[in-house]
Write a protein that binds this ligand. Sequence first.
Ligand code: ADP
Ligand code: MG
Length: 398
Amino acid sequence: MKIHEYQAKELLAAEGAAIPRGVVANAVAQAQRAFDDFGGKPVVLKAQVHAGGRGKGHFKDSGKTFGGVKYVTTREDVGTVAEVMFNYPLVTKQTGDQGQRVSKVLVQVAADIEREIYLGMVLDRTLGVPVMMACAEGGVEIEEVAARAPEKILKAAVEPSAGLQPFQSRRLAYELGFKGGQVPAAEKIMHALSKVFLGKDCSLAEVNPLVVTPGGEVLALDAKMNFDDNALFRHPDVRAMRDEAEEDPGELRAARANLNFIRLSGNIGCLVNGAGLAMSTMDIIKYHGGEPANFLDVGGGVTAEGAIEAFRIILQDAKVKSILVNIFGGIAKCDLIAEALVKAGREVGFKVPVVVRLEGTNVDKAREILASVRGELPMIQTAANLTEAAQKAVAAVR
Ligand code: ADP
Ligand code: MG
């Protein structure tokens, strides 16, 4: 689960991090009132969407060139910019072409910036512990630095039971070139980030940029956090920050039906039992020149209801031009799956070819069931093995 910048900053501030003053506005007039309340000083209007890269984005069809982060100095400009932000979808590298609607705008007092630094924390799967990463070249494109000059990214491995140690934050602060009073100020933000990451079960937590002002102040200017969904049960405060408007409707619906579903950009829908089999199904589709439209693991104990809901979710996507059903019958027997398929075909109505590969327990019975509905459900095609299934699914979209 992801949260908005303003929410991530609240979590950091609660652990002692310094953040710029700001107010969340739900409407244009409220944004202008915030500007007045800050004494008419320059502010930055920041569209609150979960996607990153807002600063370099644009508002679709607005005719304006600014992105989701805009510096403004007058009450009138606050009005015109906020008007655009609330009324046009924001397109960034991470939103897709359709963009994302904005319902909240953070009005933040503009900071004078001398330096922008990157600070982040992720799980290092090789070391098996979280690592804090820092880079003197902060700002908008840390991925670019990671590709071009990975040695510029400083790292400190954090023992989860002990947390970030003072010697580690001190070393990072000196390596980043902080001087005098900036050192403890920067360390304070590092410790806040580490406490939130470990305490709230984050999978990623970033402050990008962390800035130094000409006056020597050190502030967390932007923050981004992702949380481990499997640990949300123990963080009701984080769960309360969920913004379903930011989430894929298909993914939300699948989560409610206990299906593991992730939307992808291709046009071949996949319905598979087991995450490993789902991964290899996507691989074989790509191997034969196709592009999967989704990852979908219906789970080991799939029911007819689960399978029907899965078909509905896949078919809601207009991009889907064929579906590959790949089931290894074990706990869920093949005949049960075949019956569910027939039921789904009758209820949902297959408008695109559905290529079925079944193997495992009761496969013969399943083949009989599918053969018996050949006239009634002509969109169902069977395949003798996975290669043939993938070839048929790919051929169907050509
Ligand atoms: P994103 O990462 O989504 O593009 P950021 O919040 O990081 O959004 O903003 C992008 C850039 O805009 C920052 O790197 C910084 O240069 C500038 N910026 C953001 N907030 C402020 C602020 N309060 N004052 C001055 N500049 C800001
Ligand atoms: Mg940023």
